[in-house]
Each structure stands twice: as structure tokens, then as C-alpha cells.
Design a protein around this ligand. Sequence first.
Ligand SMILES: [Mg+2]
Length: 350
Amino acid sequence: MKKTNTYEPGIFSRFSGCLAGGSIGDALGAPVEFMNLNEILNHFGPGGISDYFPAYGKKGAVTDDTQMTLFTAEGLILSKIRAGENINPSQIPVFVYQAYLRWLSTQQSSPEHLISRHGTCTMIDGQLIMHKELYSRRAPGNSCLSALMSGKMGTTSDPVNNSKGCGGIMRIAPAGLFLKQEDVFDTACEIAAITHGHPTGFLASGCLAYIISQIINSRDILDAVKSAVTIVKSKKDHKECLDAINKALDTWKHEPVSFQTVEKLGKGWIAEEALCISLYCVLAGENDFEKSIILAVNHSGDSDSTGAITGNILGAMQGIEAIPEKYLKNLELKDIIMEISQDLFEQRHI
Ligand SMILES: [Mg+2]
């Protein structure tokens, strides 16, 4: 990194920064998710979109990326509360799966319907389903919907489909915050594999969660990426994921920082491209939250998801204090995001 960040954020600041940063990237990218770069620049000017613009009827509206990230966090928190701190890590994804089924219910029905249908079973666990503002469809991904509607919980060894869409990686950040470092990579892969069965779909998620777990422990981003590379190389079918990480690093080292450079990295609809674009934008922003997040959403692809992943990494690196107030102030679900960050922090495995 060319510019060093002398401020060292505390752990809780990194937790809330990671979740809020992701939601901010999601909200900034939401209005332009389905626009190409030319359309974005024609509409917002040569600097692209740089502040909230109405999506889903309001400024600062988040999408499925943030909704599912919150449910990932809730599943993790409840795994600890219900099964205790000695829970076998292999059991944790089951709690996250149940949380995703609750998210699915928010896309299809209402809290009253859920309670009358499921009574007191685990389907009505947690607090998120009590928030009516989460009962809103924000362009949910087809792989997530169809996998969860199938009734089968996907795993890495028994895949539910062959999808490598970015729906696994865009929601995985809480795993990097919550789990022990030795459990993060594999457990995050299993959580992504609930809905995304292609190895690249879940390995990219394992990499992101691992990188986040490293940087909240004050590890430099480049060191964290290097360690993630060592782990992913030991996994089967890792080539696409490894190539994507190397592409991000090479592009950062050799190309000028511009929207056009991001265009060359792909569109981010698939997991490895989402990881590549996000890593590049984090590095190219040189510790400037605004610069990185603007770079991450102004392209022709899945702007809200690359914005979300970039924001997750930046927030974990820089802490919530580094996030401009103009983004935090008008962020939808801000109170819920802060509450979940607190619970995730308090219940985390140390
Ligand atoms: Mg989205």
C-alpha cells in the first residue's frame, strides 16, 4: 500500500465497520446494479455515482446482499447461544441454513404467516424476522432462492447445484468476524455451499472470510491475501479462484486506477470476479474508503455485490470511524446492522 493507515481501530470498530461498510457499498451500488458503465457515467457525470441515489423507493436502500449478510450473522450468533462455545464447527452451517430459511420466508410471506405456520420451531428463532422492513424483495439471487426452496441443504461434498454466482461470497463476511481463525476457511466454504455448489462459488467465500479474519487481527491486507492463497492452493479445483486473486494483485501493480481498469476485471456476477474486483478496489483506493467504494460500484456488472464485498473488507481494515458520516447517516437498517454487529462481537469465538 502506498499510503499507510496510522490509526489502529479496535475490534468492535472493525466488526461494525465491516458490516456497515458492506451495507454502504450495497446501498451505493443498488441504483446502478443493472446499468453499464456508459449509462452510469451519462447519468451521474464523469465521476460516476458517489452518493446515495434512490433505489427501491428510497436513498440508502440496501439489497439482498445486506439482508443475507444479517441472516448469516444471526445464524452464527444463534449457533453459539443454542449449542454453546464448544460446538463442533461442522454443526455451525446448520444454524446458518435455518437463518437463510427465515430470510427466504421474508421474501415470500409475513412474520404473522411465519408464526402461524411454524409455531415455536426453529423457523421463528432469532430477532430479524420480527423486523418488518426486512420483508422486502431487493432483487434476490436465483441460486439462493432456488437452493433454499429445494428443501435440501447444500454442502461442499453434496452440492445443491453447480452455481458459482456471487450470492455465497456477498453474504459471508460475518463468518470472518465470528469464527476462530483455524475454522474460518472451511466453515465459510460450507456456509456458501448451502446455496452455491460450484467449488469456485464456495472457495472464493472461504478466501474472503479468511482475509477478513486476518485483517481484524491487525494483519496487513497483502499478508492476509498471501495467507489465503496458501490455503486455497491446498484445496481441490482452486484454479479459477487463485487466478482471480492474482489478477487483482497484478492489475493493482501494473494498471492505472480508473473505472475502465475495473471493467477489465469482469462484471462480478460470478464469485471469482466479485472477489477480484473487490480486492483490486480495496488496494487501489489506498486506504481511502470513499475512493475504494466509488471504484467498486461504477462498472457494468453487479455493482451492489462488489460494493458490499469491498465495503466489508474496508470496514474490517479501517473500522467504523473511517466511514464518511454522509454514508452512515442515511443507511437503511442502520440500527439493526449495529445491533447485530454488537451481538456478533459479544458471541464471537475467541
Ligand atoms: Mg443485491
